[in-house]
Write a protein of this length. Structure first.
Length: 228
């Protein structure tokens, strides 16, 4: 199925020049994977944020892991006491909204359910993973035009990495790669039920969650709120 999807993308890219003109200069910058990659911010606020990884109250900080954009990436991990290789649990990945951080997962109530929620496994409980986005430009108005978040506008999410089309190389979306990294890190512990990996998200994170789930066959389901 992944091969068929890749073939479809190549056909679409080849057809783009014959699909008609574009309405504006901004649209003319679009390529076979949507908008250009988001620009990483290096101003005072971005530096302040990047120097202070999430606190992950009551959990574990994962990272730093450096992505292809040069950004150091972090995630919050919350494992119930019952988690272990002898009792693999479902993994729930939460993607925060724009301008929020990974610590915003504590406002959802998910952390308090990791010990008791029944997601269909032999014993109750699940592992909660909350990756943190990057300080980048957004296609949102006002104060949300830049800040922490997810680049769901650049849609090269191939898990195989870079994709070459007509002599041009399109790198994998760094945010998708970061989510992959932290999911793989936790799966590698043997504590995760590989058949029950779920993605949740809020706002900008909801948009990214849907996009990510569609491109990753190992994701069993996505449940989102207030998708942008």
């Amino acid at each position: 199925m992944r091969a068929a999807r890749a073939a479809g993308l190549v056909i679409l890219a080849a057809a783009l020049p014959w699909l008609g003109g574009v309405a504006s200069g901004e649209q003319s910058q679009c390529g076979p994977f949507g908008n250009p990659p988001a620009e990483v911010q290096h101003g005072f606020f971005a530096t302040f944020v990047s120097d202070h990884n999430p606190v992950c109250f009551g959990g574990q900080i994962l990272g730093p892991w450096k992505d292809s954009s040069g950004s150091e990436r972090y995630a919050c991990l919350y494992e119930p006491k019952s988690a272990g290789a002898d009792n693999p649990l479902p993994l729930v990945v939460f993607l925060h909204g724009s301008i929020a951080s990974a610590d915003s997962v504590l406002a959802t109530g998910l952390r308090g359910r990791t010990e008791t929620a029944d997601l269909g496994n032999a014993k109750p409980g699940f592992i909660l993973l909350a990756p943190e986005g990057r300080e980048t430009t957004h296609y949102y108005p006002g104060t949300d035009a830049k800040g922490l978040g997810w680049d769901n506008w650049y849609r090269q999410l191939s898990a195989a990495g870079d994709v070459a089309i007509s002599g041009a190389t399109w790198k994998e979306n760094p945010d998708a790669a970061a989510i992959d990294h932290f999911v793989d890190e936790e799966v590698g512990t043997g504590k995760v039920d590989r058949k029950r990996i779920y993605v949740m998200g809020w706002s900008n994170g909801a948009a990214m969650a849907i996009l990510y789930a569609l491109e990753r066959p190992q994701i069993a389901a996505a449940a989102v709120y207030s998708r942008a």
